[in-house]
Design a protein around this ligand. Sequence first.
Ligand code: 0PR
Length: 386
Amino acid sequence: MKTKNEKKKYYKILEELDRYRKKDFTFSSGHILGSMCTQPHAIAKMGYIKFLESNLGDPELFPGTKEIESKLITFISDLLHAPKSAMGQIISGGTEGNITAMWLAKRLTEKKEIIIPKSAHFSFQKIASLMDMKLIPVPLNENYCMDIAKAKDKICNNTAAVLGIAGSTELGTIDPIPELSEICFDENIFFHVDAAFGGFVIPFLNELCYDVPDFDFKLKGVSTISIDAHKMGYSAIPLGILVSRNEKWLEKISVESHCISSKSQAGILGTRSGGPVAAAYAVTRYLGRNGYKKVVENCMNTTKYVEERVTEMGLPLVIKPTINVLGVKIKKLPEVVSNLSKKGWKVNKIDHLSCIRIVIMPHITKKIIDEFIPILKKTCKELGEI
Ligand code: 0PR
């Protein structure tokens, strides 16, 4: 910035940005109760800024960033008990993870049918449309998890892959991954686990002695797992990791990459920022497994607290929460949700379950719940819900 006028312009633009930003809801306010993202850990922000200009699409120019990427992938692969043969790749998040996994399944099998639980994330609709694949939905059981017998029935000669969810979008449920893994192993079927949300929760729940099923590469039938650092990994958007059991599989989705330093590329994106990678690496280094365990412990304690406060108010839950996601049944759903929004509180609306989704992310403390519960109660009373 040379001249006075240039300086003036610079600050004017920053002020303009601030004005737009003020229109946004913020995680730091504590009022975002339904999102699967959170205010990134302070160290994520610092890491992100330092690597703003680095491009992992051209790793020869950014060998330092590349090293960080490998270390982050190693942390995640270890967390998921990946075998030595495995290969991890950075993705932008759960959507790209699911797309890449199904791309891999399609190319490995040359088949087109994907057996999914009815609770699958809507990214599978995109997959069907993008890759001309066919979704074969399987009903859920009384616990809102994929029905094992019905899933098995759907397996046929056209099956490209089976999907299991470890932490579903709507209720945080975990499909019977060990049983599905067994079936897929026996029948030689590609089995993808969508752990976009649960991947940074379930390993620590295990350590905290919660009763949750295995969901990772310890199970021999699991082919790929995607996990998001920008959800419960406490880091900045966009960052996920897709781990494939066998590095060699990636040849199936590799293309030659001329003009840049790597010979081939196996992912969807070309140019990729090093910022989110550095951010996520910094958080994993700072928190380590013990830090994540504490984060999950706090989230689960607060989840229990919400469960008690909501049920004592007379609002039933769709099911007892498995992880830090609650579905609270509401009859007057649109009215309650829009009324809460007018009062400055954001919950997510799930029409087909007639419930609101509350996700207890790290930014949601018991103090925030103590502010929210009287407002929820008042709203429900005003509208005749309770
Ligand atoms: N798989 C599962 C199980 C998910 O829950 C999600 C997103 C995805 C895949 C896709 O992840 P990306 O959106 O990162 O590609 N689940 C949340 C949802 O759809 C995403 C979200 C996050 C929504 C923050 C709102 C929000 O404020 O509800």
